[in-house]
Design a protein around this ligand. Sequence first.
Ligand code: ADP
Ligand code: MG
Length: 487
Amino acid sequence: MNNLLEKYEIVIGLEVHAQLQTQTKIFTADSTEYGGAPNTHISVITLAHPGTLPRVSREVIEYAVKMGLACGSSITPYNVFARKNYFYPDLPKGYQVTQDKDPICVGGKVSFKLKNGELHHIRLHHIHLEEDAGKSLHTNDSDDTLLDYNRAGVPLIEIVSEPDMRSSEEAYYYMQEIQRIVRYLDICDGNMEEGSLRCDANVSVRLRGASQLGTRVEIKNMNSFRFLQKAIDYEAQRQMELIEKDEKAQIIQETRTFDPNTGKTYGMRVKESMNDYRYFPEPDLTPVVISESWLAQIKAQMPTLPWEWQQKLKNQYGLSEYDAGVLTDSRQVVEFFAAVCQFTTQFKAVANWINGEIKAYLNDKSLEMSQLPISAQQLADLIELIAQNQVSNSVASQKILPQLLNEPHRGALEIAQTYNWLLENNANALQQAVNEVVAQFPDKVKEYQKGKKGLQGMFMGEIMKKTQGKADPKLANQLLIKALAEA
Ligand code: ADP
Ligand code: MG
C-alpha cells in the first residue's frame, strides 16, 4: 500500500445518514422507536393508503436546522419536498419523499483533529431531509422475504460531504465528529450498530498532482467505524492495483458492498447515473417556510457545542488542551464537569477526578454519566476535603469515593468522619508518631545523618503505617526532617 500511496492519492466523500430521534415519524404520528414488534409502528399514512395525507413534523425540521447551524451551513428558508420514484419492496409508497433541488442546509463544514493533533476541515455540500425505508427480512427457513415497515417514514438527515477526505483515517475521524455533534444536539443517538447512524463512502484514486477526480465507487451502508476504515483501505488498494495493471477500465461507477468477514468489497449494481427517479415536487405536502423568527427560536435552543466547550474549558477553567479534549467527548461529561465547578475552584482536580476515578467507575458498571449515584456537589465536597488537607488523595480515591458511591445519601465529610479517614494533622499526635519511628530505627538514623537522604521515604512509610495512612504528609515531613536532624 505504502509504495502505491506515494504515487496515488485517495479521494473520499461521505454520505452520512442520521436517524432523527423525534417522537414521531416525519409525516405521521407513528412512533420512531427502534425494536418494536414488526409492523406495530405503522399507520395508513406510513403504508400510503390511497386518500391519506402526510404532514411535515415541525420537530423534524428543527432537528435538521440544528445540525446545519452546528456545521455553519446556510439554512434554506423555502423547503419543497420531492418524490423519488423507484420500486423496492421495503418502500411502501413506491417512492421516497426526500429533498431534491433545495436541501434544508447548504454548505458548512465539519472540523476535527486527527490522531496526531492536526486540525482538518471537511466542507459539506449540503444536508437534506428524507424518510427512511422499511426493512426486508430474509429468514433461513423460508424462501419468502418478510417486510417490517416500522422504520418506513422515520426521519433521516443525509449529510453529504465534498470529496475532501484523503485517507481512511480522515473518514474515521470525520464520522466520529458527526457522531459527537448529533449527540450533543440530541437529535440522533448516534448508534451505529442499530443503524441510526450509517454511511456510504464514495472512494476514488488518482495520480498525485492530477487535477481531475478519478472514477468513484460507492460503498453502501457501513455501520461501524472500523468497517468504514477497512472498506476504504481495501477499495482504494483495489483501484490502485487495477490502474497499475493497466486495467483502469475495470473501475466503473458502481455501488459496492463491504463484507466484514472477507474484508473485501463486492460489486452490487452499476451506479444508476442514468437511472430515472422521475423526481417531482411532492404534491401532498405544502412547502415548509422557515421564518426568521422560527430560525431565531431554534438558534436560542442550541446547546453549547464541543468546540465551544473546549474554548471555555481552556479560557475560563485554565485546563490544558488535552484535558479539554477528553472532557468534551460527551456532553453529559462536560456538563457534569461544569456542575461540579460551581461548588469548587479546584478545576484541574475536578477534571482529573472525572477523567480518572469517575469514568473508571462508570465503565466498570456500564453506566452513563447521568446514572452516577453521586451529585456534582458531593464530588466537589470530596475534592474540597483534599484541597483543605483534611483527607489524603489516596484515601479519598481508594476509600471515601467507593463508600460515597455505596452510600450516596451521605456526604463526603460525614463518611470520612464515620470511618475515621480524616488526616491526622494534629501536630502533637503526629509528633509522637514521628518520635516513635525515629527511636525505632537508630541505625537508619545514623545512615541518614551520614548522607543517605533517600532513607527519608522509608521513615515516612513507617509514619504512615503508624497513623494508618492518615498523617498529613506535608506536616509529617516537616516534623520528620526536624526530628532526624536533632536525633
Ligand atoms: P450521488 O447523489 O449520485 O450519490 P453526488 O455527486 O452527489 O452523487 O456525490 C455523492 C458523494 O460522492 C459526495 O459526498 C461527493 O463528495 C462524493 N464524490 C463525488 N465524486 C467523487 C470522487 N470522484 N471521488 C470520491 N468521492 C466523490
Ligand atoms: Mg449517493
